[in-house]
Design a protein around this ligand. Structure first.
Ligand code: XMP
Ligand code: MG
Length: 180
C-alpha cells in the first residue's frame, strides 16, 4: 500500500488502491457492455475530475461506444433563477441517444440534480449515471446512480483525477483526508 502524503500542507492517507479501483472499473465496464450491446451508447465524461475514470472505464468496454467530455460551470443568473449551471462543450446531438454520464463523485448531488434535467430536455432515448464514488451521508439532492464503484464516508478524498485545490489529480490511488 502507498504511503501517506501531504498536499497543500494537509495529510492524506491511502484509502483505495490502484488495484481495487481497476478491479471495480472492470466489473462496471462488463456490466455496461452487457446492458448496452448493440445500442452504441454515448458516454459523457464530466471534466475535470472524471477524466481518469472515464479513460479507464472506456478502455475496458467491449461494445461500440462514443465518448465526449463537458465541463459544468455555474454562474450567477437573475434574482429568480439564482445560480445557473451550464454545460460547456456539449457538441454531440443527444436526441434519441442512449447517454451514460461519467462522474467522479456524487457528493451533495446538487450538480447532477441541476444538470440531468437539462439533458433530459434534449430528448435522449435514455440517461444513466456511472460514478466512481458516492458519499450518501452528504446527499441533499436525491440522485440515482446506475453504475457505481465505491460508497465512501463523508470525508474529503483526492487522487485518481480528484483534486485538492488543483493538486493530487495524478495520483494512481485515492487518498482520504486525515482527521488531525
Ligand atoms: P455535488 O455536491 O454537487 O458535487 O454532488 C460533486 C462535485 O464536487 C466535487 N467533490 C469532491 N472533489 N474530493 C474532491 O476532490 C471530494 O471529496 C469531493 N467531494 C465532492 C467533485 O468535483 C464532484 O464532481
Ligand atoms: Mg467533478
Amino acid at each position: 500500500m502507498a504511503n501517506s502524503i501531504q498536499i497543500h500542507g494537509k495529510n492524506f492517507v491511502p484509502y483505495l488502491s490502484e488495484t481495487a479501483i481497476k478491479e471495480k472499473i472492470k466489473e462496471m465496464a462488463a456490466a455496461i457492455s452487457k446492458d448496452y450491446a448493440g445500442k452504441r451508447p454515448l458516454f459523457i465524461g464530466i471534466l475535470n475530475g472524471a477524466f481518469m475514470f472515464a479513460s479507464d472505464l472506456f478502455k475496458e468496454l467491449t461494445i461500440e461506444a462514443e465518448i465526449s467530455f463537458i465541463k459544468l460551470a455555474s454562474y450567477s443568473g437573475t434574482k429568480s433563477t439564482g445560480k445557473v449551471l451550464t454545460a460547456i462543450g456539449l457538441d454531440a446531438d443527444i436526441n434519441g441517444r442512449h447517454v451514460i454520464i461519467i462522474e467522479d463523485i456524487v457528493d451533495t448531488g446538487k450538480t447532477l440534480s441541476s444538470f440531468l434535467p437539462q439533458l433530459e430536455h434534449q430528448g435522449p432515448a435514455s440517461i444513466k449515471l456511472a460514478a466512481l464514488l458516492t458519499k450518501p451521508e452528504a446527499r441533499t439532492h436525491p440522485i440515482t446512480i446506475d453504475y457505481l464503484c465505491f460508497t465512501i464516508p463523508n470525508k474529503f478524498v483526492v487522487g485518481y483525477g480528484l483534486d485538492y485545490d488543483s493538486l493530487g489529480r495524478n495520483l494512481k490511488e485515492i487518498y482520504q483526508l486525515k482527521e488531525e
